[in-house]
Design a protein around this ligand. Sequence first.
Ligand SMILES: NC(=O)c1ccc[n+]([C@@H]2O[C@H](COP(=O)([O-])OP(=O)(O)OC[C@H]3O[C@@H](n4cnc5c(N)ncnc54)[C@H](OP(=O)(O)O)[C@@H]3O)[C@@H](O)[C@H]2O)c1
Length: 324
Amino acid sequence: MKAAVYTKYGPPDVLQIKEVAKPVPKDTEILVRVHATTVCTADWRVRKADPVVARLITGLWKPRNNIPGMELAGTVESVGKNVTRFAAGDEVFGGTLFKFGANAEYSCVGEDTLDIKPRTMTFEEAGAVFFGAVTARYFLKKAGIQPGQKVLIYGASGSVGTFAVQLAKHLGARVTGVCSTGNLELVKSLGADEVVDYTREDFAKAGQIYDVIMDTTGKVAFARFLKTLKRGGFLALVGYSGFSAASMLRQTWASITGAAKVISGVARGTSDDMRLFRELIEAGRLKTVIDRCYPLDEIAEAHRYVEKGHKKGHVVIVVRQPSR
Ligand SMILES: NC(=O)c1ccc[n+]([C@@H]2O[C@H](COP(=O)([O-])OP(=O)(O)OC[C@H]3O[C@@H](n4cnc5c(N)ncnc54)[C@H](OP(=O)(O)O)[C@@H]3O)[C@@H](O)[C@H]2O)c1
């Protein structure tokens, strides 16, 4: 099968399109013929080993998993002997988590991170749900959002942000989205009650106090968030800056003093997430924002674009057009 492959860390050019062996599903896995996948933030960070400490997980000297890609949509080709929920021919969507391997013609996915593709979505739209929606839901759930609470999503126009705005609205929150000028209309169209243009206004000077703040950018000083967060409110640090030593110290101090309950860590998806997303999508309450589509052969170009950090929603890799 054809796959994007990299055997060393480095710039987008380390990615090559190669013929490799088709994977064989384990007893609990599903082999999916991939129609659409994405280049997400985790793909370029791992390809570049950024931050360098991530090598402890992804491979010290070279990447442990050589095919990138964390999310996909496609058709079930075959299933492992213990799989009960899927059968050959099912149209599915989901993610591979830190096994990666989705940027290929075939990929093996665990039963827990896969569901039947929403009938209202194209493969391109469905293939871009997992990474951003799972992350957004994980952090919003930890913050225990209640109807009527005021929630600020800082970085509302990327993969995580576009889903966070929609999912927070679904939970009944009053949502403010922060993004750049060109994305204000997009974020409003996703349901945000208010939008703040970070290139023109300082969200911390607007006099608002939020019950929950989610930062997807890692670009704002901790103290600026505390100024505008209700005392003891939830601060979700989604960006990897949440893992730095300085940030850890501030998080501990904020907890000790009762200033904020800080949520960081790595999101994980479950079958429960996938089922909820399918229901919301089919009810017209959750949608995927697609910025650009690239063919698999142009994956290095897609990485170059995504790494700039300003994509609107998602960048999709179209592997194969379905045959109808
Ligand atoms: N902890 C976890 O489990 C987990 C899971 C997934 C992702 N992440 C992390 O979460 C972060 C976001 O991921 P993503 O996929 O949503 O990224 P993305 O799609 O590239 O979106 C990045 C967002 O940051 C905004 N942005 C860029 N520069 C900015 C600046 N100077 N000031 C304010 N906003 C700025 C962009 O908006 P504009 O274009 O409008 O500037 C955009 O909304 C990444 O660091 C990723 O590694 C963590």
